[in-house]
Ligand binder design. Structure first.
Ligand SMILES: [Zn+2]
Length: 78
């Protein structure tokens, strides 16, 4: 990598440890969770966002229906 000017980045949400940084030059959103960083094109990041929203909605439905994340015998149900 040559010493070109650094990327123009903005923190979209969150704080150190769990945040999303957006690079305007690369059009890439970086999801940073702990030491893990996931780089996604902005449209892929939108897809991930709706995926997570759907998953959370289904998670809430599942926990209401089953009274929790565990089956009646106490084992984790996959
Ligand atoms: Zn960049």
């Amino acid at each position: 990598m040559s010493a070109s000017k650094p990327c123009n980045k903005t923190v979209l949400a969150g704080e150190s440890g769990c945040r999303v940084v957006y690079c305007h030059d690369c059009r890439v959103a970086e999801l940073e969770v702990g030491s893990v960083s996931l780089r996604l094109k902005d449209d892929a990041f939108r897809n991930l966002s709706s995926l997570i929203a759907t998953a959370v909605a289904n998670l809430d439905k599942a926990s209401l229906r089953d009274g929790g994340f565990y089956g009646q015998d106490g084992y984790h149900v996959h």
